[in-house]
Design a protein around this ligand. Sequence first.
Ligand code: AMP
Length: 259
Amino acid sequence: MKVCRTVAEIRAASTSHSRGSVGLVPTMGSLHEGHLSLLRAAREECDTVVMSLFVNPAQFAEDGDLERYPRDEARDLELARATGVDLVFAPSADEMYPPGFQTWVEVAELGSILEGEHRPGHFRGVATVVLKLFTIVRPDRAYFGQKDAQQVEVLRRMIRDLALEVELRVLPTVRDADGLALSSRNAFLTPEERERALALPRALSTRDPVAARAALAESNGLVVDYVEVADFDPPVLAGAVRVGSTRLVDNVPLEGDDE
Ligand code: AMP
């Protein structure tokens, strides 16, 4: 497994690996089983697997969330190696956003509802970095988690709108045995907060927004940002809550047998 820090390096490495299909798995690191499920799918379906490891400053608000985001590169690289990743692209922020950077991708409507309403600019940061990763790595397939259903919807729209030649592959949400969706941010939860956080997957599992809101209103110490049915593909019941200083998002598909 080769670790590349610059655009030039990953381009050169991708060219020398350019036999067959290329799968890209974008991550912000702190890998867990959710990420690993994407890497394993890419490993099965593609000749070359590229994982990006980049905590993208452009998708964080300026409130300390970026600085606080968990990072453990040595562990991530070990897990990537063990999962059969060929190339890791782990650039610095300056490499992705060189001085003077001013070109942004805005998925106007989808990027401004739900998560976009509570995190202004978030999806602009996501769409921009993912388009840039696509142009650098030029994958045939890119792998994302249904856990971030709105992110998938935003990226699907961007791919259509800009006629990008990449196949979007979406894998089901991986959960802990108690139902909590795996997330790098779960590491912030105290045992007591984690117990309270379980109210979110329990509420969403009703698959009914009114029942879910009522269930969350009764659970102590959760601040509900939203619980809404979103007309995505597939439609989902999506929710976001704050438990202490940790913000959690989750969703349950309302059609199909996807989890
Ligand atoms: P992140 O590192 O949080 O940006 O996530 C990288 C990718 O992993 C995104 O496509 C996420 O949707 C996906 N992902 C995160 N958590 C999960 C999960 N619990 N199950 C499946 N995919 C996930």
